[in-house]
Design a protein around this ligand. Structure first.
Ligand code: SF4
Length: 355
């Protein structure tokens, strides 16, 4: 039997307790208690009265448990959005963004280091995929935000680095752990998975026991435009995407968040708004407009404010619930599709040869 310590971040309450019981031959109840304390309070419950008589059992549980999370190496504040970096044991960094809202905040987490989807406007996409994050690494981002940085948030979005559905198994395991009422306790309705449009995985997602909210980066009004911006469109075109969004909405009864990046002279014309409105007709959606955040080497630019406003008003006039997301993370490179530590990318490109 493998006797290496069990990482709490890789387990639900039930799996951790039962594995501990198997290892020790007893102690399920105390293991469960330890798990709950650690996930909810961020400290070890060893001094709790419930452990007063646990004695050797507690020592064994502590010895066999791994409470460590990736090292917090940097926090960067940019007003309402702050970014933090965790360093994995192999040296790769994962980025998360804390977005403070009036009532409570949102935590944006990463599912991969880099991304292989290659969206033309995306800083992370330019890194390529370095690797998938494990469920424990995904959960660690939430634990650190809550218990080490004391960030107050009530929703979690998989909108950081990576395409979550390209790392399906680990993301699903992370969702099970995050949603465990005996642990961190985030209901699935407070978890949103954002995808560039991996249609086959969206079908799979709606069959899961725990079904999160869905956000889809549509980003274009028509196939001809989307084909140029998002390579995934060659595999699943906008009609495929429409069908899966329709089914997801019907089966879950939930609204889908449609994300649309406004890029000057590419996706920002009023006729684009009309085409987008036509495309979305019949779906239960809310539309988030995200003005492109200009980056040094990208060929794209941000539309003028007046153009952004006109697009926004046009979508509203078509009857869509539309929001304009002025990028709260702009100052710290934490806006959508713009995560991806520049220094990390530089060193990776210098130090490693392409696969
Ligand atoms: S926008 Fe999302 S899916 Fe596309 S390359 Fe960037 S991180 Fe990947």
């Amino acid at each position: 039997m493998d006797n290496s310590p069990l990482s709490l971040f890789a387990h639900t309450h039930a799996s951790y307790s039962s594995l501990m019981e198997k290892r020790l031959g007893y102690g399920r109840h105390h293991a469960g208690f330890l798990y709950k304390e650690w996930m909810r309070k961020g400290t070890c419950g060893g001094s709790d009265p419930a452990f007063a008589n646990a004695g050797d059992l507690l020592c064994s549980l502590l010895e066999q448990s791994d409470f460590s999370h990736p090292e917090l190496i940097q926090t960067q504040s940019g007003g309402e959005a702050s970014k933090f970096l965790l360093k994995a044991s192999d040296g790769l960094e994962m980025e998360s963004v804390m977005i403070a809202m009036k009532t409570s905040g949102t935590l944006c987490i990463s599912s991969q280091v880099g991304c292989r989807m290659g969206c033309a406007f995306c800083e992370t996409g330019r890194m390529g995929l370095l690797r998938n994050l494990t469920a424990a690494e995904i959960v660690s981002q939430v634990f650190v935000a809550r218990h080490r940085l004391n960030f107050d948030f009530n929703s979690i979005v998989f909108m950081g680095m990576g395409e979550p559905l390209d790392n399906y198994e680990e993301v699903m395991q992370a969702i099970r752990i995050l949603a465990d009422p005996q642990g961190l306790g985030f209901g699935v309705r407070r978890l949103t998975v954002s995808t560039s449009g991996c249609v086959d995985k969206i079908y799979r997602l709606m069959d899961e026991e725990l079904v999160p909210n869905l956000a889809v980066s549509v980003n274009a009004p028509r196939d001809d435009v989307r084909m140029k911006l998002m390579p995934v469109n060659r595999q699943y075109n906008m009609e495929d995407l429409y069908r899966v969004m329709d089914e997801y909405g019907q089966r879950t009864g939930r609204e889908i968040l449609v994300e649309y990046v406004l890029i000057k002279d590419k996706t920002d014309a009023l006729s684009d708004a009309d085409d987008l409105a036509l495309y979305l007709r019949g779906l239960n959606v809310r539309v988030n407009l995200i003005p492109y955040n200009s980056q040094s080497k990208h060929p794209f630019t941000t539309p003028d404010d007046s153009v952004i406003e006109a697009f926004f008003q046009r979508m509203r006039s078509h009857g869509y619930l539309t929001f304009l997301r002025r990028s709260k993370g702009q100052k710290v490179m934490a806006a959508c599709g713009q995560l991806g530590n520049r220094e990390l990318r530089k060193s990776f490109l210098i130090n490693k040869s392409p696969c």
